[in-house]
Ligand binder design. Structure first.
Ligand code: SF4
Length: 451
């Protein structure tokens, strides 16, 4: 499938840049399968960066994070294909993230951050080649001019606690009004309306350029995508693009893998020690009201299947609660079918997969429903109370509330996990069953798994 049209023309750099500028789409044939797989790999990088930023990582930690994420996800078995994977994945995600203002904002911000760190990690030769590719109207200062200005440039460098790099230092001549930040902080030498910007400060110019280009491109892509949909040209792509926007990137939890079955006698204790807040809340409501509406039964029922509750025990468990409210006969008639259905024993006999955080967070619980993600769907007051009940200390609690307020729901859940287990969770919480299995691993290592 041709998704990309013509590659940006190069203005003859001596080094081939390893970071594409994604200015226009080159003609590449892409298999539908790669279309999706490449995009998922890039999404892992972008989500990792987004998490790192929300956790307030410092620039040097971010640099390492970006390097590790890129290495882990963007390699390709054929090394010459690495650049193609980079370009294809970027353009596919443009399609996915061009569709609303909120999606565009997120993609623009994280792709720009990715670009910034990749640029910084490059050698100065590659950086210069990229500058040339951008065709920025800035001139590198020639040797003769540099020699004449060397003393002044040294003075500025010293005043900001730096020294001029040895050898042929590279400076760019930029109209001073284009670098107001550098001028305001007196980080550049100014002469005749030009600021002399050192290579190590040039990154902000390049990044600004990248951001502005991508921002315009996303708006254009959105227009094209909207007209494609209207003309029904996107039948094959629409389902993939829509699924990518909410895709879950972690392992499959449809079958319990790591742990033995949980037994009914332990279930209350396990719920307290290892269930994430969304499941803990459903579990407590079920114990309290002896009933859950459909959304709650699905969310909790599939989670319990994923943590290893066998079908027979699940039937006993749900019946013991529901029968107190609706009687055993009505339970057998109206509710037992749904439980067997979740385990693939009725209807189409599909072995249904437990819900991911993404799916739970994007659900819309109505009045009387208890499913959903508490970090998103609880009021702040209720969330505070629930976290207090979980034993989250007051300092950690403020951090969690802050993340939830800023819509970083999974990060809020990750911080809760870290607070109650007194252990880090670098991968972040992406799935309630992952929360459970990570919790059990920690408890096991401490010598007290409950299940
Ligand atoms: S972030 Fe995920 S695991 Fe945590 S409460 Fe929300 S849905 Fe559940």
């Amino acid at each position: 499938m041709e998704i990309l049209r013509s590659q940006a023309k190069s203005s003859g750099p001596t080094v081939t840049p390893t970071i594409p500028l994604y200015r226009s789409a080159p003609a590449l044939e892409v298999r539908l399968e790669d279309f999706e797989l490449f995009a998922i790999d890039r999404l892992r990088v972008l989500k990792g960066i987004s998490d790192g930023l929300s956790r307030g990582k410092k620039p040097d930690e971010m640099e390492k994070l970006v390097r590790d994420l890129w290495k882990a996800n963007m390699k390709h078995p054929i090394s010459s294909e690495v650049t193609n994977k980079d370009i294809i994945s970027h353009f596919v995600l443009r399609l996915v993230y061009c569709r609303t203002e909120e999606l565009r904002k997120w993609f623009l911000s994280i792709e720009t951050t990715l670009f910034r760190y990749r640029f910084q990690l490059e050698t100065s030769d590659v950086q210069r080649a990229l500058m040339a590719e951008f065709e920025l109207p800035y001139k590198a200062v020639g040797n003769v001019e540099y020699e004449g200005l060397k003393d002044k440039l040294s003075q500025v460098a010293r005043s900001i606690g730096q020294s001029l790099p040895s050898g042929n230092a590279v400076f760019y001549k930029v109209p001073f009004q284009e670098v107001p930040e550098l001028v305001a902080t007196r980080r550049v030498y100014i002469q005749k309306g030009h600021a002399y910007v050192a290579m190590n400060q040039v990154v902000s110019l390049v990044v600004t350029q990248f951001r502005s280009h991508l921002s315009k491109a996303l708006v254009l892509t959105n227009r094209k995508w909207t007209s494609m949909i209207r003309e029904k040209e996107s039948d094959r792509l629409t389902p993939i693009v829509e699924a990518l926007a909410t895709s879950y990137l972690g392992p499959d939890y449809s079958q319990p893998k790591q742990f033995a079955e949980i037994s009914l006698k332990d279930i209350d204790q396990v719920a307290k020690s290892s269930f994430p807040l969304c499941m803990r809340h459903l579990f407590e409501k079920l114990r309290e009201d002896h009933h859950l509406k459909h959304g709650g039964r699905m969310q909790l029922g599939l989670f319990l299947k994923g943590v290893g509750l066998p079908l027979d025990d699940a039937l006993v468990f749900w019946k013991s609660e529901f029968s107190r409210k609706v009687g055993t006969e009505r339970f057998d008639k109206e509710y037992a079918y749904g439980i067997r259905h979740n385990y693939g024993k009725e209807g189409k006999r599909v072995d249904y997969t437990p819900y991911s955080c993404q799916k739970i967070i994007s659900s819309t619980p109505g009045v009387g429903d208890h499913h959903g993600c508490p970090y998103r769907h609880f009021s702040e007051e209720n969330l505070r109370a629930a976290l207090g009940k979980m034993g989250v200390s007051s300092r950690a609690l403020e951090d969690v509330i802050d993340k939830a307020r800023n819509k970083h729901y999974q990060l809020a859940c990750t911080l809760t996990f870290e607070a109650v287990h007194n252990s880090s969770c670098d991968a972040g919480v992406n799935h309630p069953n992952q929360y459970f299995s990570d919790s059990q691993s920690i408890l096991k290592a401490k010598g007290n798994p409950v299940a």
